[in-house]
Design a protein around this ligand. Structure first.
Ligand code: DMJ
Length: 472
């Protein structure tokens, strides 16, 4: 996933500092993919940059060969699968890959992907889709694809899709969106919705408002965030889920884990991108409560427990791998030491396991859910901690993770998710999640390559890794 560097503010200063540490790459410089790149001192990561492209290509070429146009690739059976609508495709992997193709300068493939979107993507689907996933993956992917190619049709498609999603927001009495909407009829369903799905849309919708001049998208997204913030408890904690019609809490556990995670991320990101002071206040107020009531040290490591949102009483000591993103978010929002400490906690998980389990009991680091669906969050935080602190440690951690992924997840047709990281040999499943093309592949490349089409000093990546600022 994510983010930032924008005019003004603490994080920009830090990112500018980080950028100064990079050898400047000009348009005339060769793309530093080999060990003989233009930098004066040999770059120990240059070979890995080439490997990151090779890894991406192996999965992308397999997708083109075996599953072109389908949502996702099943690399072991050599088939495709649907993500949003059984029996229909929305070309998810193509749309997720667009800006990664651009950054890697794979321009023929980018052109093929853009052509598919223009000629073959059918949005008028008489079926319900999950609003959150459609926004972060498809609207976000189309927007970053548009910013990469400057093709106006991609922006039109993003807008058309957002318009089909809007009833989920506008028909809700509270402004918190319904979970599903039928893309053809606008019928809404799923009145119980969780915080991540309610609150992860302001950067994609904000960008759409910025590019089209139509405020409706930004306003709908902000109203959804406000619907949650206004219902915080007296100790400033929020739960996990709301009834979007009545506004009553249906999940009252305070946690950073899913299904809340990116709700916090987009409060900060919305402030970073659009300078809306409400969003900063909401982020700051809720984060202070997270540190007051959820943060704790175990064996010197920083973790975030689960608690009752009204009383603050502890209800669990688990942590999802998805929450590893929070290390980067903390650093970006000015809590650098906390961000680094939290990343150290996840490095300890990697010292105990060959790949990070989906869920651990953080008191023992034992796997509670032993699957590894090729999650990107640990490396996502490596990227932003590296940009902010300039410490090589985070590139080294990303290299370690890259090599582990290669060792355990590489198959003939690219990379596969793992169903159990604790067995020997590891049990592989049969899926390359589309976010792998937008997130993992991109983060490794940006960390290792000094990509000349990326502005390391000023950028914003969404929760899905879509680049909305910083493409050049
Ligand atoms: C991605 O789809 C996004 O990062 C989302 O916010 C949660 N995590 C998945 C990948 O793990």
């Amino acid at each position: 996933m994510r983010k930032l560097a924008r005019p003004g503010g603490l994080s920009r200063r830090r990112l500018l500092g980080a950028a100064a540490a990079l050898a400047p790459v000009t348009a005339a410089s060769p793309l530093p993919l080999s060990g003989t790149a233009a930098a004066a001192a040999p770059d120990p990561y240059a070979g890995l940059a080439q490997e990151a492209v090779t890894a991406f290509r192996s999965a992308w070429d397999a997708y083109r060969r075996l599953a072109w146009g389908r949502d996702e690739l099943r690399p072991i059976s050599g088939t495709g699968s649907d993500f949003f609508i059984p029996g229909s495709t929305l070309g998810l992997t193509i749309i997720e890959a667009l800006d990664t193709l651009y950054l890697m300068e794979l321009d023929d493939d980018l052109a093929a992907g853009a052509e598919w979107v223009k000629n073959d993507l059918v949005l008028d689907q008489n079926a319900p889709v999950q609003v959150f996933e459609t926004i972060i993956r498809l609207v976000g992917g189309l927007l970053s694809g548009h910013l990469a190619t400057r093709d106006p049709v991609l922006l039109d498609r993003a807008r058309e899709l957002a318009d089909r999603l809007l009833p989920a927001f506008t028909r809700s009495p509270t402004g918190a969106p319904y979970r599903y909407v039928n893309l053809s009829t606008g019928a809404v369903s799923g009145k119980e919705n969780n915080l991540a799905e309610i609150g992860t849309c302001i950067t994609e919708f904000g960008e759409l408002s910025r590019l089209t001049g139509d405020r409706r998208y930004y306003d709908a997204a902000k109203k959804a965030l406000r619907a949650v913030y206004d219902r915080r408890s007296r100790i400033d904690l929020v739960g996990t889920a709301l009834n979007v019609e009545t506004g009553a809490w249906t999940g009252t556990t305070a946690t950073l884990d899913p299904p809340v995670d990116s709700f916090f991320e987009y409060l900060w990101d919305g402030w970073e991108l659009y300078r809306d002071p409400d969003l900063r206040t909401w982020y700051t107020t809720l984060t202070a409560a997270v540190f007051r009531h959820l943060a704790e040290r175990r064996d010197g490591r920083l973790w975030f427990r689960q608690a009752d949102m009204t009383t603050g009483r502890t209800t669990g000591r688990f942590q999802s791998e998805l929450t590893a993103f929070y290390a980067g978010l903390l650093a970006q929002s000015g809590r650098i030491a906390d961000g680094e400490a939290y990343h150290d906690s996840w490095a300890a998980v990697l010292a105990a396991h060959r790949l990070p389990p989906e869920m651990i009991d953080y008191t023992t680091l034992r796997a509670v859910d032993p699957s590894y669906p090729l999650r990107p969050e640990y490396v996502d935080s490596c990227l932003f901690l590296w940009l902010i602190t300039k410490k090589d440690r985070y590139r080294a951690r990303a290299r370690d993770m890259f090599l582990r992924q290669k060792k355990y997840c590489k198959v003939r047709n690219g990379y596969t998710a793992i169903s159990d990281v604790t067995t020997r040999p590891m049990k592989q499943s049969d899926l390359t999640p589309a976010y792998w093309f937008s997130e993992n592949a991109k983060y490794y490349y940006l960390l290792f390559a000094k990509a000349r089409r990326f502005d390391y000093a000023s950028n914003y990546l969404t929760t899905e890794g879509n680049v909305l600022r910083g493409l050049r």
